[in-house]
Design a protein around this ligand. Structure first.
Ligand code: UD1
Length: 429
């Protein structure tokens, strides 16, 4: 069992280099299933979710090798299967992103139903409705979802909610469909633009990603050529470190970021009193005084990201005044609140909102990360809390943050990883 030990009260100063985006790389890896030649992906973060996606792709028949520490080579030329092992799908919901590419490539896909997850109900009904609109037959039985379509046809699809995963899966499924597909109320996340660009490099004809209407003109075949693609920086990792700097009254420069992807957070932090300066691929945040309370409403991109909501709650728990955080994307994303309360925060959850009354100080405590971003929130809180915070559930952090404690140590944080020493038994003779 591993845990993090954080001793709070150190200002973060210096530079942090941001890794490739988890939520982009996982989808690019899935998208490579549509290539008939090798795909090389650069700037890949070494995180657990990437390892799981490697296993998913290997189970489907892709040959996966690391060319160097951050470069993945994916070779699907041995042939691809239509079903991945249940335990991998169970372990990582993002495995469902192989559905669209497999449906296009093989005309069928079978996966274990991913079901709910700790941050709320996460159905895939919008993905499946999209496949059906394109002419696929969907059967859900015995815990599996089976989708098949000997022939897909372009369609007009209106999403009830701008789901990131559904937009991506439907986009992939429409690439070789006959005629044109239009996805309305599409998700606008930057990761979707990356996928559009990747597929277009393969010969697809997609435009509109980044807006709420994506148009896919079906093509008869994709080009059998190798592709090299570099993953964009992780805006959620960058946002987490901005909030870590903010809570410690630090002065931090982030390298290899796209400041435009962080505008909703930058606006909120400036409103609260932080000084933020951006340049191409760099962002500097300085906080010289106690931050003021601000209200935050979580919305799909370009709104404030749900994946930074727990971390900003930690920062606002020390701000001057009362903040209201409203979560509009996931149902159960306040599971970190009880842990922050254990550290001295004053937070009350009412339905989809958390009312955060700023307190003058937090105190270190033993806490447990209930999910990935909640874990990040507790690290952020621990960096400012008086004394020692022991965080369990570190495996969650490893799913999405590359070398988190090394990056934080390098800018002055007192944080280290510990594991239970193996029990030593003395041999009695
Ligand atoms: C992705 C991100 C996740 C982020 C989320 C929202 C990845 C690997 N994960 O998740 O980090 O928090 O976007 O920005 O990229 N919904 C339905 N039916 C569906 C699909 C979704 O009701 O078929 C609902 C979900 O329950 C949720 C909301 O839509 O309440 C948003 O989900 P979605 O945008 O699909 O998130 P993911 O793609 O799963």
């Amino acid at each position: 069992m591993e845990r993090l030990r954080v001793i709070g009260g150190h200002r973060l100063t210096g530079q942090i280099r941001i890794s490739g985006a988890k939520n982009a790389v996982l989808k690019l890896m899935a998208a490579s299933l549509l290539a008939s030649d090798v795909t090389i992906i650069q700037n890949v973060p070494r995180i657990r979710d990437v390892e799981i996606m490697v296993k998913v792709l290997q189970s489907l028949g892709v040959e996966v090798t690391w060319d160097d520490r951050s470069t993945l080579r994916l070779d699907p030329r041995q042939g691809i299967h239509y079903s991945a092992p249940d335990e991998l799908v169970r372990e990582m919901r993002a495995s469902v992103q192989v559905m669209g590419p497999l449906l296009t490539r093989l005309g069928r896909v079978k996966l274990f139903q991913p079901g709910g997850c700790v941050i709320g109900q996460r159905p895939i009904d919008l993905h499946l409705k999209g496949f059906q609109a394109l002419g696929a037959e969907v059967v859900e039985e015995h815990g599996y979802v089976y989708v098949q379509a000997p022939k897909l046809r372009g369609a007009e699809i209106h999403l009830d909610f701008p789901s990131v995963g559904a937009t991506e899966n439907i986009m992939a499924a429409a690439i070789l469909a006959e005629g044109t597909t239009v996805i309305r109320n599409a998700a606008k996340e930057p990761e979707i633009i990356e996928e559009q660009n990747f597929y277009n490099r393969l010969g697809a004809r997609i435009r509109g990603a980044g807006t709420d209407m994506i148009r896919i003109e079906g093509v008869s075949r994709l080009q059998p050529k190798p592709i090299e693609y570099t993953v964009i920086p992780d805006r959620i990792e960058a946002g987490t470190y901005m909030l870590a700097a903010a809570i410690t009254g630090g002065d931090l420069e982030l390298e290899e970021v796209i400041p435009e992807h962080l505008e909703s957070l930058t606006a909120k932090l400036r409103e609260a009193g932080a000084e933020i300066v951006t340049a191409e691929e760099r962002l500097r945040i300085r906080v010289g005084r106690r931050l003021s309370a601000v209200d935050v409403t979580v919305l799909p991109y370009p709104g404030f990201p749900t994946d930074l909501q727990p971390q900003i709650a930690a920062v606002l728990s020390l701000a001057d005044g009362t903040s209201v955080l409203t979560e509009n994307v996931f149902g159960s994303r306040f599971r970190y609140v009880d842990e922050l309360i254990r550290m001295g925060a004053n937070i009350r959850v009412e339905g989809r909102s958390a009312i955060v009354k700023g307190v003058p100080r937090l105190t270190g405590a033993s806490v447990i990360a209930p999910d990935l971003r909640a874990g990040a929130s507790l690290v952020v809180a621990g960096l400012a809390a008086e004394g020692e915070t022991i965080l369990e559930g570190v495996a969650y952090l490893d799913r999405g943050y590359e070398a988190m404690e090394q990056k934080l140590q390098a800018v002055g944080a007192d944080i280290r990883r510990e594991s239970d020493a193996p029990v030593e038994t003395e041999m009695v003779v």
